[in-house]
Every structure is written in structure tokens, then in C-alpha cells.
Design a protein around this ligand. Sequence first.
Ligand SMILES: Cc1ncc(COP(=O)(O)O)c(C=O)c1O
Length: 435
Amino acid sequence: MNVPLCCPDITDLEVEYVTRVLRSGQLSLGPRVVEFEEKFAAYAGARYAIAVNSGTSALHLAVRALGIGGGDEVITTSFSFVASANCLLYEYALPVFVDVDPHTFNLDPREIQRFIQSCCAVNTKSGALTDVRTGRRIRAILPVHVFGLPCDMDAIMRIAQKYNLQVIEDACEALGAEYKGRQVGTFGDIGVFAFYPNKQMTTGEGGMIVTNDERTATLCRSLRNQGRGVERDWLSHARLGYNYRLSDIHSALGLAQLERIEELLRGRTRTAALYEQALSGHPLIKLPPSIANCTRSWFVYPIQLPLSDCSLRDQLLTQLRAQGIGCQAYFPAIHLQPYFQQDYWAQKHFLPRTEAASKTCLVLPMFSSATEGQIRHVSKTLLELLETQSVSLAGAAHLRRDTPSGNRSSEGRDHAHSRMQPHVTTDKLIADAQS
Ligand SMILES: Cc1ncc(COP(=O)(O)O)c(C=O)c1O
């Protein structure tokens, strides 16, 4: 049985909405874009929403609209998709990577605080926070709600307010996720979402910027449309802009998906529950944690495997793929990407938890229309592979000695284990990475 990593959930409704646009003759700059923006803003709980042609474009415009540029630094995470750091480089700003929380994989506010205290100084006259190592000004924090799990927004916003930093939330993987009952992406100055077909909802390609600030919204609308002013004529350009527009065809697809968003999110939650049922308690698998006051929106199903050299994870990746199961090693650390090591922005980083996570995480298929049979098949295949690999059996024997509830069934379904039980080797991984 083949099970893809992701699969868009398209019904007659999407086909009907898109077809109507195709028959209308107005394929771009039409009413469906405006309607999509209004309905998305209402769903997210933001005053303004600006539709663009990708999550990357949304991030780029966010950075530009906040005036972040050369001479600036932004505190962010290296455990993310490259776009969340690239958007800074496009504007000649530098990302400063601080380490993640080893359990949530999200930016750790204590690490932000530690970086500020050990590497930064506040200018007594201007109040600006400066990285004393580079002389660059720290302008913003860019948290990423990785795998749809909300960051600790209270702590991040407290630090931002204390040091007068702006906040751009990368919620590209987190549509529908809530922190203390509020949609992520709406805490900072700007939040961004993405609609590639692996996301909770899709427009084929697409993205959305949300903000409560009218000036920022107006500027983003101008920037996505070649710098045109709102009232100016078509060939008058108020500023340097881009063509980052989303078409009415894409917006119509987005409208249909938005109408079905609760159903789409429920399907993903059901898929995650099936994985949890099948995989919980296995000593070699750390399941994704749940965090108090947070509702995760399932982007992928991330599990963590032991062994700091990524050998077990990579073997499983190859073997699962060979059996027709889509999976990925999300995320390779951005600071270790070849282009990041080569260019002028290359810096020394000490990010042991990020590197440990990037060596041990494996993401499994996740989509709203996944059947119980598909998820049971993925789980069973994974458990069988773990049983048959000598390396993992050796690891299991070693781990069983370290684990309080040692004896386990061969199916790995000992539900006596708490799902929140810390991964037996996480601390060791960090120690390995640090040494
Ligand atoms: C965290 C994160 N940020 C940004 C993006 C970029 O979105 P897009 O692919 O629509 O440009 C993605 C896409 O997967 C993402 O996962």
C-alpha cells in the first residue's frame, strides 16, 4: 500500500468555486481575492489579511514592511524550513539563531533571553538593542510555530516588549493552532501563513499576511502589487514593489478550503490520534508532545528517534520510502545548509538541541483524508522495521536497561507509558552534541 506524505483534500466544492472563476473571465485582481482575504481575516481573528502567492512572499513582505534591512539582526530559529531565514537575507538583514526547546522544537524564550544578556547591549540614548559582537541592531523576533505547535507567545511577547522588538510570526505550518484560545499568527506585529498542498488548507501555491495595523496592511498590499498606491493609476508606482499577487483562481480554491477548514483540521486530528494509539509506549519512539494551553494543528506527524548520528532515522527513512510510505527528515538545521556555510553571513553557531532534533526527527504521512487502514499500515510497517533492524534492537536492549518499565510487547504498544514521558536519550543527544 502506498501512502503519500501529504495529499490535498479536494471536493466538488473546490472544483465548483474554481470553475466559476474560470467561467467569469476575471482571473486576477477580482472579487474572489478580496472575499478570501476578508473571510481569512475573520477566521484568524485579525483585522487585515493580505493574500500573496506563497508563504515565502508573505515572509519577505513582512520583513520589508517592518523596515528591517541591512545593519539589522533578527532573532529566530534554525530548526525550520529555509524560507523563515531567507526572508531576512533578501533584505540584507541577518538571522541570529538561538536554540530550540528540545521537546517542542520551537524557539526557546530562555535562549532568547540568554542571547540578549550575554551578547547584546541597550543603547542608553536610543534604547536600541545592539549585538555587541557585530554592532548590528536587533530589530525583531521571528518565531516559527514548528509542525503546527504554538510557540510560548506570552514569554516571547514579554521579551519583545521589554526590548522594543517587533515580532513576525511564521505560522505557515500552523493554521488552526491556538495559544491560550487564540489563533497563532495574531500575537505579533505580523503573522504569515502558507497554502502549498501539504498544508492544512491549500490554494495550490499561496500565502497570507495578517496584521492589525492598517499602515502595515496598506504597505503590504502595495508591495505585493508592484508598489502601486491604492488610489493611483495602473502605471504609477509609489515604491519598489513585487508581483506577489494571488490570482482569483487560487483564491477561489482557498475560499472552498476555508469553508471546510474545521472538517480538514478534524481529519488531521483523527490521523494523529491513530498514530498515537499505534505507536505510544515504544521505547525507541518519542511521540510529539502536547503542551498545556496550546492546541496543535497537525501539519505532519513528527516522531523522534534515538541515536545522535541519525543512522536509525535515516535507515527508517530509506526503508519506509522503499515500501511506498512518504516520510521526511524535517528539518535539516538551516545554519548547516551548504549555502548558509558558504556565504558572507556564515557564522559560528552553538545550537546543540537544534542539531540533535535535526538528526533524530522523522515526519510521517499526515493528511485530512488519510484512512484508518493507511495510518495503521504506516505504523505497523514502522514498528516492524524497528524490530528487524539490528542497530535498533541493540539500541532497544540498551534503552530497556535505562527505562523504568523495561519489559515491552514486541508490537511496542505498552500503553502504560505516558505519552509525555521524556525521550530516554534526549539528554544524551544534547550532551553528545555539546561535546
Ligand atoms: C515554516 C515555514 N515557513 C515558510 C514556508 C514557505 O512557504 P511557501 O512554500 O508557501 O513559500 C514554509 C513552507 O513549507 C514553512 O514550512
